[in-house]
Every structure is written in C-alpha cells, then in structure tokens.
Design a protein around this ligand. Structure first.
Ligand code: 13P
Length: 249
C-alpha cells in the first residue's frame, strides 16, 4: 500500500499569535490538497490561535516539543494533556536544535516518544548527523543508533503510525540541501532499521520525511524518492511558498 505523504512546517521560534492568524488565513487556500497530510508545527503560544484559524481547512496543527511527564514542577514546559485538550495531533520530538541548545538526549527523546503515543499524539521523531559525522563516514551508524533508542519500548502498532524526520544538521537553515541520493540513502537505511527492529510491514508503513533546506525548487525531486514520504520544512514554511512545497507534483 502506498504511503500517504506528510508535509509539515516547523516554524521554530517564529511568528506571534496575531501573525499566526494572518498567515494561516493566507495559506489556507494555498496548501489545499487531497494528496498529502499538511501539518503546521507552531510555537506553544500560537497553537490555540492556529487551531482556530485553520478550522474548516485541511491544515493540522502540531507542537514543536512536549514534556515526557504528565504534570508537575517543570517550569516552562508543556504537557501531553495540554496538547490533546486543544486538539493537537502531532508533535516534533528531538529536533537537532532541541538536542543542541536544550540538552535533549536520545533517552529523553525516547521518553517523549512513548508518552506521545500514550496520549494518541503522533510524534515526528527527528534524527540526523553533523557534517563531521558525515565526513567520518558514520552517518548511517549514527542515525541507526538514534532511531533504535528513540523507539525502545514502542510497539510495532505504534511505530507503524509514527513519522520520522531525517534532517542532516549541516543542511538545516544553510541552503545546502542533501542530494536526492544522500537523502534517499539514509531514509532507506532508516526504513531498514525499523524493519529490523519490528518487521517488514512496520518498516513499509512508517512515514519518513526529509528535512533540511527543502524549498519549492527541490521538493518535487526529493519527495519522488522511494523512501521519502514528504518533508519537514523550516524557513520555507514561513512563507506563502509553502503552498508550492505542499503541491509539489
Ligand atoms: P530549514 O528548512 O530552514 O533548513 O529547516 C529545516 C528544519 O530544521 C525543519 O525542522
């Protein structure tokens, strides 16, 4: 069975609540499609206005992060219940910026992934190597390790519904997109790793995105690769051009 494409924007720390409303109203007609799932992952304070503004459209709203505990003394954090209570369906987990600037580890990523599933939120699990790791030839080993830890204790049934975003760190925000061959090679290795952990059916079902300088000009070629089921888009998701990425065909 063909996997449904999923094209998600990661807004990072951009757009105020009022800018969110204006932008989503502008984007609604541009991201209309029956071919793919469209998700806008927005800053926590923008989630509620984004949900309101997206009503009646195909846009789904996601979060950019979530804590692995249900509630308690975790100043500044957002819990899974807070997200599900307002209707959030997706959450980005373990983005490289969270790992680099907010000390997230493979272990916290694993806790968050499990917690997201417990609450019926689909995690978009991020992985990807640094430039040094690529140059050292350890990309696939490194990404396999990230994936294996992220999915510890996750059932096959849950994993089938997960989304993985392969984002080489050297391609994020740099305009240096991975070649289609590089992106396909790693996405295919990730799928093989999932098949190895679970079984082939799970490997075939899981959706794997590419992220890192995705634009209206390279989306079509990237998303046409056998193991690339869409993209996680940063900078280009903040502009009307995102509509062209969603309707890349
Ligand atoms: P850019 O598309 O700006 O390179 O960012 C990619 C990214 O980090 C998405 O999560």
């Amino acid at each position: 069975m063909a996997r449904r494409k999923i094209i998600a924007g990661n807004w990072k720390m951009n757009k105020t609540p009022s800018e969110t409303v204006t932008f989503i109203k502008e984007l609604k007609p541009l991201v209309e499609t029956k071919e793919a799932d469209v998700v806008f992952c927005v800053p926590a304070i923008d989630i509620i206005p984004a949900l309101e503004a997206a009503k009646g459209s195909n846009i789904m709203i996601g979060a950019e992060n979530m804590h692995f505990e249900e509630s308690g003394a975790f100043t500044g954090e957002i819990s899974p219940q807070m997200l599900t209570d307002v209707g959030v369906k997706y959450v980005i987990i373990g983005h490289s910026e969270r790992r680099e600037y907010f000390a997230e580890t493979d272990e916290t990523v694993n806790k968050k992934v499990k917690k997201a599933f417990e609450h019926g939120i689909t995690p978009i699990v991020c992985c990807g190597e640094t430039l040094t790791q690529r140059e050292q030839g350890i990309t696939i080993d490194f990404v396999r390790q990230q994936i294996k830890i992220a999915f510890l204790g996750v059932t096959a049934q849950q994993a089938k519904t997960a989304v993985i975003a392969y984002e080489p760190i050297w391609a994020i925000g740099t305009g240096k997109v991975a070649t289609t061959e590089q992106a396909q090679e790693v996405c295919s290795a990730i799928r093989a790793c999932i098949s190895e952990i679970y079984d082939q059916a799970t490997g075939e079902a899981i959706r794997i995105q590419y992220g890192g300088s995705v634009s209206a000009s390279n989306a079509k070629e990237l998303f046409a690769q056998a193991d690339i089921d869409g993209g996680l888009v940063g900078g280009a998701a903040l502009k009307p051009d995102f509509g062209k990425i969603v309707n890349y065909q």
